[in-house]
Design a binder for this molecule. Sequence first.
Ligand code: AOS
Ligand code: ZN
Ligand code: ZN
Length: 386
Amino acid sequence: MTDLAAVKAALKTQAVETPSWAYGNSGTRFKVFAQAGVPRTPFEKIDDAAKVHEFTGAAPTVALHIPWDKVEDYAALGKHAGERGVKIGAINSNTFQDDAYKLGSVCAPDPAVRRKAVDHLLECVDVMDATGSRDLKLWFADGTNYPGQDDIRGRQDRLAEALAEVYRRLGDDQRMLLEYKFFEPAFYHTDVPDWGTAYAHCLKLGEKAQVVVDTGHHAPGTNIEFIVATLLREGKLGAFDFNSRFYADDDLMVGAADPFQLFRIMYEVIRGGGFTAETAFMLDQCHNIEAKIPAIIRSVLNVQEATAKALLVDRDALAAAQADGDVLEANAVVMDAYNTDVRPLLREVREEMGLDPEPLKAYKASGWGEKIVAERVGGEQAGWGA
Ligand code: AOS
Ligand code: ZN
Ligand code: ZN
């Protein structure tokens, strides 16, 4: 039997980190459809992130992206966040939008380009010092488009050298999170294409280096929960970038395309002891055609629902069925949990936390959406890449 009180207690600790770039006008491929009321500054992005936390009680941190969230005074940004009840989360680096990075950043053949990229990563650690952030999140667009374009092995050496320099700069309580992605923007080969490559680099670097699993960065059919289980066994799962994909790196709302996959991932997280503050559960999404703040609230609720179902798996019954080799019963135990409507349970959890049981309705009734449209006039709206 599952202990409902324990399930509720666990749900009350849930923390999903929202990305600053999801509040701005964004979209990862063709046109970006601009929306009114979108933040114009990193301070306003934090205001929106704080609203998501206010209504869900489960989004206490917001990830920044440098230079998109560059400000004069990072301590002031951190203070602004604190005053609104949230904290600054991971600092995401950006070595993919400058002309200099045409042939790569930390893996580029030109040492001057590599120096520029590493200096940027070191600057991100300075931002972490100022904001009190624990995590430096690294994703590299590096790779090649044509066989022979560059030396695949040599690029791994350059990557290792760059990571080692940044790793040495980390403080005692800081971590480096290395994200992998199987293709795009490079199409022939990518320098950090999969969890194995990320894991190998992190293992060499040391315990402060951990792997990020972006759920949108795998080939169709990949068993992501197996990767999660493996990384947790090895003590190397640092974070998630949650989102949904149908085809490529779609960055759609997590749990929208495949809520069953999200449940299976959360089950392995819980099973492997990863449902703790040591794992950063971040969203990495772009909302191009849907209203942004409600989409982020919806995403947080999707993670909560998957987590609640995963917590409901009767682990004793499952272990017994597995030991008996009872394939159908074992599968039934898992499916019973997945097929449970957890929305009433989550409404209760929210009420016990002093929240409105219906976050989306409460947000809509709050008038925040209308207020930002009326007040955020003038200035330039933040966008992906700005
Ligand atoms: C890119 O595909 C990755 O998912 C990164 O996490 C990236 O830094 C993020 O999408 C913001 O651009
Ligand atoms: Zn990502
Ligand atoms: Zn991505």
